[in-house]
Design a protein around this ligand. Structure first.
Ligand code: TXA
Ligand code: MG
Length: 343
């Protein structure tokens, strides 16, 4: 059956919709919801059945745990241990917002074991997106939600992306605006000292150091040993990949331009507005991440959408020039590097 699409902001009777969603959650249904980072595929975090349906719909490996979403820190009281001064400071500063905290789980907290994939920690996040917050508040359900894409594809930043991947596989899609941030939340492992950034995101190492001090947090740069449960199990998988081969071109712009002149409509190029003038007359598909390399927020917001647009156009190879790493673009480069072809 076709997935139901609901637009809450356009509806006259919101209370009725929230009641319906609550009933859906209580009958183990899957609902894709907007968040400020990417769209999430949500279900009742206390239901084994609902959670196993999430893994099935996404084709997600079962050793990759999910994030539990909530709207009020009090809801965490009997779920995770957050009585750590560092955690208190992070919560005050960055929630609601694009930050996920890995905390020690409290025993018998009612959260399905399928959410944590057998770990004794639990990842939790308080999203800032208005629609997500309203749904969490009005339904009073703790929602486990991974990104609402087919496993391995770029995360969805528009409700249409969710429809493309999961139509007929999930019950509802909440139609809302394009995700503001466009990359998944920063995941911070708070069971470690110093704290460990398990997945970079919009909240950077510097942002964390600004409130907790220098040396309070490190990136998880360790080589991933397949036999060892990695710190964010999801990070070991190849992610965010378009169908096309994404090629990092390590020579000069001029050399690439010569190469692109020989290419046709099955080739794509990801670049910035400030190169536009030099690209006239090419027969390839060109997409612009932002006005210039300096616009990290704009680039982050556009990246996944661009990768998906190339797939819609049946592009076979996509070229991109190296982007210089700085303190702000760690998450963007992390996702790009995961999408780049390792062939
Ligand atoms: O922005 C986001 O975080 C989005 C929106 C929907 O909230 N969600 C999201 O979920 O990106 P997902 O499932 O695609 O990614 C969650 C990441 C995975 O890399 C997973 O391995 C890690 O968080 N994770 C979850 N629970 C964990 C735990 N207890 N310990 C370590 N890593 C965990
Ligand atoms: Mg994901």
């Amino acid at each position: 059956m076709d997935t139901e699409i609901i637009n809450i902001s356009k509806s006259k009777n919101k209370a009725e919709i929230y009641k319906k969603l609550q009933q859906y959650y209580k009958s183990d249904k899957l609902v894709a919801i907007p968040t400020e980072t990417v769209y999430g595929l949500s279900a009742d975090a206390t239901s084994d059945k609902a959670i196993s349906k999430i893994y099935e719909a996404k084709g997600r490996p079962s050793d990759n745990p999910l994030i539990v979403h909530f709207y009020d820190v009090k809801q965490l009281d009997n779920i995770v241990d957050y009585a750590d001064d560092r955690v208190g400071i992070l919560i005050d500063k960055f929630w609601p917002g694009p930050m996920t905290l890995i905390l020690n789980a409290i025993e018998n907290n009612g959260i399905s074991n399928n959410v944590t994939a057998g770990l004794n920690t639990l990842a939790v996040r308080m999203p800032s997106n208005t629609t997500a917050r309203e749904i969490l508040k009005e339904t009073q359900v703790l929602l486990a939600a991974p990104s609402a894409n087919t496993s391995g594809k770029p995360s969805p930043t528009k409700y249409e992306h969710v429809y493309h991947d999961l139509n007929e596989k999930i019950d509802v899609i909440i139609e809302d605006e394009q995700s503001d941030i466009g990359l998944e939340s920063t995941v911070i492992d708070c069971t470690k000292n110093p704290l460990v950034i398990a997945r970079p995101g919009e909240i950077t190492k510097e942002d964390i150091e600004n409130v907790l001090g220098e040396g309070s947090v490190v990136y998880n740069d360790e080589i991933i040993d397949e036999d060892q449960a990695p710190i964010a199990p999801g990070m070991k998988y190849r992610h965010y990949s378009p169908e096309a081969e994404l090629i990092l071109y390590r020579h000069s712009f001029e050399d690439l331009l010569e190469l692109l002149k020989t290419k046709g409509k099955e080739t794509g190029f990801i670049t910035y507005d400030n190169y536009k003038n030099k690209l006239k007359g090419l027969n390839i598909s060109i997409k612009y991440l932002a006005d210039s390399e300096k616009s990290v927020e704009q680039s982050s917001k556009n990246l996944y959408n661009i990768l998906r647009e190339f797939d819609e156009e049946n592009i076979k190879e996509i070229y991109i020039l190296p982007i210089k790493e700085n303190k702000e673009n760690v998450a963007l480069l992390n996702r790009l590097n995961k999408a780049i072809s390792k062939k």
